[in-house]
Write a protein that binds this ligand. Structure first.
Ligand code: S3P
Length: 168
C-alpha cells in the first residue's frame, strides 16, 4: 500500500511543527500536530494538562490523537517528542506514514527552547542536563524512523530541502 502520510518525530525543539507546516504547504497535504490535537480535545494547553492531570493522562490523550490521525491519508503529522516511548504509537503512524526523525545536538536544543520554555518535562532541574538525560533515554527509540536529519546546522528551508530530496 502506498504511504501518503509524512510523520515527523524527534526531540523537543528540533522543528517538527515549523517544518511540518511548511512541508505540508509545499506538498499540498493537510497538516496536523498531535500536541495541538490534544489541546483542542481537552480544551487545555499542554502545560495546563500536565499540571492538572499529569503526564500519564497527557500520554493517553496523545495516543487517542495518534489513533485518529494515523487513519488519515495525504497529510503531514508532527508529533510530540515523547510519543516514541510507546511502540504502539509508531506502529499506528507507520501504517500509512513515512517516518522522518529530526534531531539536533543538545546545545542547539538548549538554545532553541530556553527562550520560551513551555515544556513541562523541561521545567525541573538544570535545563541542559535534563535535555541530555532525556535524549539519552530516547535515542534508541528514535531509530524507528525511515530517515534521520540532523538539523543542528540547518535552517528551516534546508531541512525541507533534505526531506523533499529523500521523498523524490
Ligand atoms: C514532550 C514534547 C512536547 C509535548 C510534551 C512532552 C516530550 O512536544 O508533547 O511537552 O516529552 O518530549 P514537542 O516535541 O513538540 O515539544
Amino acid at each position: 500500500m502506498m504511504k501518503t502520510n509524512i510523520v515527523l518525530v524527534g526531540f523537543m525543539g528540533t522543528g517538527k511543527t515549523a517544518v511540518g507546516k511548511r512541508l505540508a504547504a509545499v506538498l499540498n497535504k493537510e497538516f496536523y500536530d498531535t500536541d495541538q490535537e490534544v489541546e483542542a480535545v481537552t480544551n487545555m494547553t499542554i502545560p495546563q494538562l500536565f499540571a492538572k492531570y499529569g503526564e500519564v493522562r497527557f500520554r493517553s490523550e496523545e495516543q487517542l490523537a495518534i489513533k485518529r490521525l494515523s487513519q488519515k491519508e495525504n497529510c503531514v503529522i508532527a508529533t510530540g517528542g515523547s510519543m516514541v516511548l510507546d511502540k504502539e504509537n509508531i506502529e499506528m503512524l507507520a501504517e500509512k506514514g513515512i517516518i522522518i526523525c529530526l534531531s539536533a545536538h543538545p546545545q542547539v536544543i538548549y538554545e532553541r527552547v530556553k527562550r520560551r520554555n513551555n515544556r513541562p518535562l523541561l521545567k525541573k532541574g538544570d535545563l541542559y542536563e535534563t535535555i541530555v538525560e532525556l535524549m539519552k533515554q530516547r535515542e534508541e527509540l528514535y531509530k524507528c524512523a525511515d530517515v534521520h536529519i540532523d538539523t543542528s546546522n540547518l535552517d528551516f528551508h534546508e531541512v525541507i530541502e533534505k526531506i523533499l530530496a529523500f521523498l523524490e
